[in-house]
Design a protein around this ligand. Structure first.
Ligand code: PMP
Length: 284
């Protein structure tokens, strides 16, 4: 695999970052995951905008223009012959020569790393046909989840808790309401209404979420942006998650309770189809 690190395209085993990198020492960095369908990028503009916002919220210098970033994404897709998969991008505050809580001087170059992940069958996912099971866990993450930082230890532990419980993923709960999934936004469906938590500092503003809500409204479905409880979700007609790497993925069980008929429902199915079709059309 060819990867990108700080201005160079290298074989992955030759790509290196400093042991003093603040991404490594302090999780002082942000990331984006952009999916690829048919060798083209889905919603690059949305990811680039959110990246710029994450960097600006943390006062990390934006190391290059979006056009240059796009060029690197495309170059990696081409060099690694990615048809379906993802591109991971990470930018950290860089590597001053030592460990210090104080931010390094202005001139410290941010570290920029990108690599590809080939996932043939991303669109024709078998999991989308059966649906996934989730458990609920407390949301103990920090208070700025709208910034896409690389502090992923708790979400990673959440996935492990789900696996240990025989489930696929976890929905996090704060003050009695679902915030989001470990790496995705959470939704329930009641009749013709799609319910998902409103945007705030408490959740990541999913790029897939924005697209799916737009398509839902265009298809005359009702959208309610508000918090919901696990109990409400268990009694809903359908549930699903969205993310750049899963698109729209039905949820058929929550904490052991079957949702609806225990099978992927029509709304999630339809939204997945629309999302994939429209994303393919708009991909660049
Ligand atoms: N919430 C969290 C906590 C996430 O990690 C992700 C995916 N990185 C999402 C939501 C979904 O965001 P997107 O649709 O932009 O992938």
């Amino acid at each position: 695999r060819t990867v990108y690190v700080n201005g160079e395209y290298l074989p992955e085993h030759e790509a290196k970052v400093s042991i003093f990198d603040r991404g490594f020492l302090m999780a002082d960095g942000v990331y984006e995951v952009t999916s690829v369908l048919g060798g083209k990028l889905i919603d690059f503009e949305g990811h680039a905008k959110r990246l710029a916002r994450s960097l600006s919220e943390l006062d990390i210098r934006k190391p290059m223009e979006d056009a240059a970033l796009l060029e690197i994404h495309r170059e990696l897709v081409a060099r690694n012959e990615i048809d379906e998969g993802m591109i991971y991008l990470q930018i950290t505050r860089g590597a001053p020569g030592d460990r210090d809580f104080v931010f390094p001087p202005e001139e410290t170059e941010p570290t920029v790393v990108l690599f590809t992940q080939s996932k043939p069958g991303l669109a024709e996912s078998p999991a989308a046909k059966t649906g996934i099971k989730v458990i609920s866990i407390p949301d103990i993450r920090w208070g700025r989840r709208d910034i896409k930082t690389v502090q992923l230890l708790y979400p990673s532990m959440g996935k492990m808790m789900a696996k240990a419980a025989g489930a696929d993923d976890a929905w996090m709960v704060e003050q009695g309401a679902v915030t989001e999934g470990t790496s995705n936004n959470a939704y329930i469906v009641k009749g013709n209404t799609i319910i998902t938590r409103q945007l705030s500092h408490e959740i990541l503003h999913g790029i897939t979420r924005a697209a799916v809500l737009r398509f839902a409204r265009e298809a005359q479905m009702k959208v309610e942006e508000r918090a919901f409880t696990i109990e409400e979700a268990q009694e809903a007609d359908e549930a699903f998650i969205t993310s750049a790497s899963t698109f729209v993925m039905p949820v058929v069980e929550i904490d052991g309770a079957q949702v609806g008929q225990g099978r992927p429902g029509p709304v999630a199915h339809r939204l997945r189809e629309i999302y994939i079709e429209e994303s393919r059309k708009a991909a660049i």
